[in-house]
Design a binder for this molecule. Structure first.
Ligand SMILES: Cc1ncc(C[n+]2csc(CCOP(=O)(O)OP(=O)(O)O)c2C)c(N)n1
Length: 581
């Protein structure tokens, strides 16, 4: 039977190319699979790959492009940021077991946030001269692990070691497919040096087949049950923190909420722009404020909708949990009740729910209209409070973080992408577009934000990432590694510098309000003093640095920082001295 054009496109014939070794074939395969960047932190295990990149470049191959990131945690965070805005799986490679351990916190972040990464590491040589690539340095003995993947097995969906050339194509495809299958997440692949160095004459592979994203759809019976509950709800409440990971799901959430006057609150682990903050049904960032009053609660892609120690749903309240893995089965313990669990991609789940509910809409029009008006009033009141809060602090010296956050909101424009790790008071910044706000992953492996912002900048070179972080967080980012990369991918960094780890201090105040530390005003291990001149660090990398101490200097300084990035193509850092709590 003659092959049609379409058949040939979908099932192309195998391709054979000349290669010297497995490392060259590996790069060719990544290129064919659409991998654009190779985030790397190299060691002696990389020798075959570094040589392969030279042949690759000499033959005009532009992708995957090697990107040197001088710390593994920053490299994984960059790949995370890139994947977060594009949805494309990213490849990172680090040096054997030691590089794996440095990148591990980044893998934990990616794992809990369902970011598809192919996290790879070399494996130290094990032979002693018999074959190419064998041991020739003292480290090659000490760097061998009994089970290199064991240190991160809990945080990856799959791990494997490339055992030989013959299986390489299948291994890479399996790694990509598993990372991309819902719930998405990192996988780990180790690449022994002898295997990468193995000499070969040619490489035959099957060109990529078109990828079909498989998204789980909802069970119709569960949708019917949820619609039954929601249609009769007098005081419904939506709680989410991650629905925005699929920007299309945000539109679906808006539609269903508008049709039925459902108020939306954003939970503490606020990772994405989940609902336009200026929408009249956006009721802020504290679900617990409304929890006790709600009779039907719709939890969407949210690991921790409330803190049971602080607030609980009222007796008899019914709870629907909707998400790719609505019960977060990878968390050892999580006990939020689910009367109706709906295992579904939120976009299709919300669409089905809206359709199921629309049958009941005509009878409920008046109730919906009145509820909408009530909620819009609540939204206005909340916003008036936040504005008043910013104004209350606008003259405070040292600077208050409410006012600083408000100022960040003022310089934001259509190109801005806010990346926040801790200190930005999110209610002070209006964000309406999906993919223009990102918060730190829920596992909170501190220091993610700077690398993530660099990944965002690489993926969307025209955008302006503004990274907000505490001074404590800045230290955790591997800042010099990030400033090094930012020489080519400039971003604005705003350090909310309160000269301490307030989050840690706050936990002491919570647990021991009358304790020794409070009575003696003695908080060991919480102070970051003497505070260095953080703005000087960026200067060492050719960037624009400024120390800001007065509240009325924040806006002009932010504008200078934005100009440095947008016009001068230099990174910028503002060291904003805030109140020391
Ligand atoms: C890798 C890692 N180590 C330690 C912590 C614990 N931790 C959480 S917040 C925090 C301090 C953050 O300080 P800063 O960024 O200055 O913000 P602040 O708390 O002062 O508002 C620390 C140390 C963590 N989350 N991750």
């Amino acid at each position: 039977m003659a092959e049609t054009k379409r058949f040939k496109k979908n099932f192309p014939r195998p391709v054979t190319i000349p290669v010297d070794n497995v490392a060259q074939a590996y790069l060719e395969l990544l290129r064919d699979r659409g991998i654009k960047y190779f985030f790397g932190n190299a060691g002696t295990d990389f020798a075959p790959l570094i040589d392969a990149f030279a042949r690759f470049a000499a033959s005009g191959r532009n992708f995957p492009k090697p990107v040197l990131v001088p710390h593994e945690f920053a490299a994984v965070s960059m790949a995370h940021g890139y994947a977060m805005v594009t949805g494309e799986p990213q490849v990172v490679m680090v040096h054997v077991n030691v590089g794996t351990s440095n990148g591990l916190t980044g893998v934990m972040n990616a794992s809990r946030a369902n970011i598809p990464l192919i996290f790879t590491a070399g494996r130290t040589p094990i032979t002693e001269g018999e074959i190419k690539g064998g041991r020739n340095l003292h480290i090659h003995w000490a760097q061998e692990s009994f089970d290199q993947a064991s240190m991160l097995r809990e945080y990856v969906k799959w791990d494997y070691e490339l055992k030989n050339f013959t299986q390489m194509e299948k291994v890479i495809d399996r790694a990509l497919n598993i990372a991309l299958a819902e719930p998405k997440g990192p996988v780990y692949l180790s690449l022994p040096r002898e295997v990468l160095a193995e000499e070969q004459g040619e490489f035959t592979y099957n060109p990529s087949r078109p990828k079909i994203a498989a998204r789980p759809g909802p069970d119709p019976a569960a949708i019917r049950r949820a619609a039954e509950l929601l249609k009769d709800a007098e005081s419904p409440l939506v709680i989410t923190s991650m629905v925005g990971k699929n920007p299309a799901a945000v539109g679906e959430l808006v539609k269903i909420c508008e049709s039925f006057a459902l108020p939306v609150t954003i939970a503490h682990s606020n990772l994405y722009l989940n609902f336009p903050t200026e929408h009249p049904l956006h009721l802020g960032f504290d679900p617990m404020r409304y929890l006790g009053n709600a009779d039907v609660i719709l939890v969407i892609e949210c690991d921790v909708p409330w803190f049971p120690i602080k607030a609980k749903p009222r007796a008899g309240a019914r709870i629907i949990q909707l998400g790719i893995d609505p019960l977060f089965s990878r968390y050892p313990m999580r006990t939020f009740p689910a009367d109706v669990p709906i295992c579904s991609d939120p976009e299709s789940g919300l669409k089905s729910l809206r359709e199921a509910l629309s049958v009941h809409r005509p009878k409920k029009k008046k109730i919906i209209r009145e509820r909408f008006a009530r909620l819009a009033e609540e939204h206005r009141a909340l916003r008036a409070n936040w504005k008043a809060l910013a104004e209350k602090y606008q003259k405070d010296h040292p600077i208050d973080m409410e006012w600083l956050s408000h100022c960040v909101g003022q310089v934001k424009d259509g190109d801005t992408v806010i990346i926040n790790e801790y200190d930005l008071r999110v209610h002070q910044v209006q964000v309406n577009e999906p993919n223009s706000f990102f918060g730190s992953p829920m596992v909170s492996g501190l220091g993610w934000c700077f690398g993530a912002a660099l990944g965002v900048k690489m993926a969307r070179p025209d955008c302006l990432p503004v990274v907000c972080m505490g001074d404590g967080t800045y230290h955790f980012t591997a800042p010099t590694a990030c400033h090094f990369v930012a020489q080519n991918h400039p971003v604005v960094v705003v350090v909310f510098n309160n000269q301490c780890w307030n989050a840690v201090k706050g936990s002491v105040l919570d647990l021991y309000p009358q304790g020794w530390a409070v009575r003696k005003n003695h908080f060991a291990l919480c102070n970051l003093e003497p505070a260095p001149a953080y703005e000087k660090i960026v200067e060492a990398f050719g960037g624009y640095g400024e120390r800001v101490e007065h509240p009325d200097r924040i806006l002009p300084a932010l504008r200078r920082a934005v100009k440095a990035v947008k016009k001068d193509k230099r990174q910028a850092l503002l060291n904003v001295i805030c109140k020391h709590p």
